[in-house]
Design a protein around this ligand. Structure first.
Ligand code: MG
Ligand code: ZN
Length: 217
């Protein structure tokens, strides 16, 4: 029984990967870089994306694809930044997939965009299983969530190009061993970058902005 379940999962992921490659080719044709931002709920993805828009909007034409299980609260916040935003409501679904992203891309004026951020559904369990056609994967882990999350949800961290450790402004209130954390990540994923940041105070964000600029050239 378990073997059959595994096969079904592989079929779903295989079909998804083919669609993801189509998305990536579409974006490459328009010289667009797409960055998939994943995290659990409440880690600060929306705040980070808004900070990033404000910093880079003079340099890049930015759009955002917002995934959410219900509400459009985050999409409404980003719409206030006056950039193109597409909301994908998964109606309870726990992750985005390549087909949903294709539909979102079809609504955007791709000829007038340089950089797309996807705010994935807040969930560390399965979001990283689904290739969306993004060029880079970013995981946001906030200090209150704890430094043990890479052990509990390894797939996310193995797939990440960057791990943003957010909310370092509250570090002293939590038992998060920030000095040891890059070693945990490099043990699982030697090429991943780890940037400790605070989307609230702006601390540490310069390295993240520089990384985006490198990723988009
Ligand atoms: Mg959000
Ligand atoms: Zn899922």
């Amino acid at each position: 029984m378990s073997a059959k379940t595994l096969t079904i999962k592989e079929d779903i992921l295989g079909a998804n990967r083919e669609k993801a490659e189509i998305n990536r080719k579409l974006l490459d044709g328009h010289h667009i870089v797409m960055i998939n931002v994943m995290s659990s709920s409440g880690s600060g993805k929306t705040s980070l994306i808004i900070q990033t828009i404000n910093r880079l909007r003079d340099k890049y034409r930015i759009a955002v694809i917002e995934g959410a299980i219900a509400s459009c609260i985050d999409a409404d916040k980003i719409t206030q930044e006056n950039i193109p935003v597409v909301q994908i409501n998964t109606a309870g679904g726990c992750h985005l997939d390549a087909q949903m992203i294709k539909k979102a891309l079809d609504t955007l004026a791709l000829g007038r965009i340089d950089l797309i951020f996807i705010e994935n559904v807040g969930n560390l369990v399965c979001t990283a299983d689904f290739d969306l056609g993004a060029h880079k994967n970013v995981v946001v882990l906030s200090i209150p969530e704890g430094d043990d999350k890479p052990y509990k949800y390894p797939v996310m961290f193995v797939e990440a190009d960057v791990v943003l450790v957010n909310k370092i402004d509250v570090l002293r209130h939590f038992d998060f061993k920030l000095d040891a954390f890059p070693g945990i990540i490099s043990g699982m994923n030697p090429s991943a970058k780890v940037f400790p940041v605070s989307a609230k105070t702006g601390e540490g964000l310069d390295r993240w902005f520089s990384w985006i600029e490198e990723a988009s050239t």
